[in-house]
Design a binder for this molecule. Sequence first.
Ligand SMILES: Cc1cc2nc3c(=O)[nH]c(=O)nc-3n(C[C@H](O)[C@H](O)[C@H](O)COP(=O)(O)O)c2cc1C
Length: 609
Amino acid sequence: MDSGICYIKPEYLVTEADGGSAAANTENSENNKRKREDGEEVQAGGKKKWDKKERKRGQNKNRPVFKDERYSHLCHSLIDGTGGEACSLDNCRYVHDLDAFLAAKGEDLGLECYVYTTKGYCARGVSCRFAKAHTNEQGRNLKREDYDDKAPPTTCNGVSSELQVRLRKHDYDFSRSKELIRMAEKLRDARKLKEKQEKENNQSEGTVTPPAGEKQPSDTAEMLDAEQHTDSKSKPTATGCAIDDSAIGRDADQKPAVDFREKLVLSPLTTLGNLPFRRICKEFGADITCGEMACAQPLLKGMGQEWALTKRHQSEDVFGVQLCGNNPNMINQAAQVIHETAQVDFIDLNIGCPIDLIYQQGGGSALMRRTNILELTVRSCAALSDRLPFTVKMRTGIYADKSVAHELLPLVEEWGASAVTLHGRSREQRYTKHANWAYIEECAAKAKRMPVIGNGDILSYEDYIERRTLAPHVSSVMIGRGALIKPWIFQEIKEKQAWSPSSGQRYEMLQKFCNYGLEHWGSDTKGVETTRRFLLEWQSFLYRYIPEALQTAPPQKINARPQKYRGRDEMETLMSSGNAADWVKLSESLLGRVPESFTFVPKHKANAF
Ligand SMILES: Cc1cc2nc3c(=O)[nH]c(=O)nc-3n(C[C@H](O)[C@H](O)[C@H](O)COP(=O)(O)O)c2cc1C
């Protein structure tokens, strides 16, 4: 048996005799074309061979970029229909011809507006694609009697225009951040000096020096002594960070605000890990959620799109923002503004990001080899506040044959990190081979008190148990693709058994996602199309779920490709299709017809088997 294949029961197999007529899980010409561009060749006999040199990984860079400028926006003065206060702006760029706008808006997509039903008022008013549900005969947008306009919003964070102006005018007070960096520099220099002196002493005494980066058990305490000697006011804190407590207002006795042990953590997932998706995962039992990676520089420029990545839904009771950057000053300043203006429970630093552009600029996984820069970043960010844990997410290293996480992880703990997540693959590996949980265990065992969160390849309760048994020092697990393929994985782990939803139940989940999407991105045409894009991105992972009843030997393994199969009903077959045209069809049943000349190519190549 080939472990790379998920075997399907004979009655569900699609054979040559079927002529491939079923919409079974075949991939479309768009995907095949993409694969050819990626260097995947199809040999005679259907076997695939990979040309490693040619193959490009990561994101689909040549995909058409989705621009939403083409949707006209109605002026806010008309959003509730005619009869309100006229627009007072001379140069308002929005549409003021209500009749023309309504004529061009397109058909309503349904009789019920989720936003109106749940809140009692739809702020998209007459521009909503479900407007008939909340407009009267005169075309006025209605407010239900029980609507509470003082009710707190269900989401928070993002950037206010006032903050945007302060950031753009360099008017934000970063003196605290500058002080933290200065102190982190002092500690780093003291550590380096001490290391140098030790090396010289060892050489003069003829003792053997440990290999670079390999630390002796007593080093941490000695290093802290050295730091205290350099700055007599400094003292180690509960998290092991030795930055001057009085200067940063740290109460050394306070416990970190988040307990990272025995938790199911949803991975930060660019594009896919959006707020509506995270709501679904919360409902299925995810304990900790994290926003999509946000870059420090655009945050400091006050860019709305980047700040949107910090948004949090009220159901996300333990929520973090993930930062990416190549410069300690910028990362720390971004962390400071987030800490001071947003509601977050922790800040995470991504030092595992493999994306070329970020890596070439010295950010993401490049920070795994820029130890001095990393030290400044971790020390300064961990010292921002005792109530704001600072965590680090890393890979095994940059190269497959040169793991460094076992050296880095104890250092990161010493510098003050509250937890580390380790994805058991190198940058070079991306998603090939299996995540190395034996190595994750080796690293986790090196942490003194800091929880280590293991990450990689968990798709079932069995996977979870297997990995936790293999890695007993791991405190919690993080799940990424497993949650994208079957978001109910959190429930399965908590209930210790598989759940095999019917196609109807899976469809209801998609409906829910669309409702949450319309609430988040808006129920007007622009919001509908944004929701569709994110739904399609998600479907590019969801189609990989293989219902247990169809497999000869469940549970499904994350890298196993199924034999060609059809589902137990038409919807199950449609949902298993790897053909982007079928994903669009599915989206049309939920969100209406796609606009003319619509195209879709998934953003992430990690969706492929
Ligand atoms: C679509 C996608 C987007 C991702 N985006 C991020 C990200 O923004 N930040 C991050 O640290 N990791 C990101 N990752 C990596 C995951 O968080 C996780 O480390 C990786 O997928 C391995 O875990 P898994 O096997 O459970 O998927 C992303 C992964 C995928 C598939």
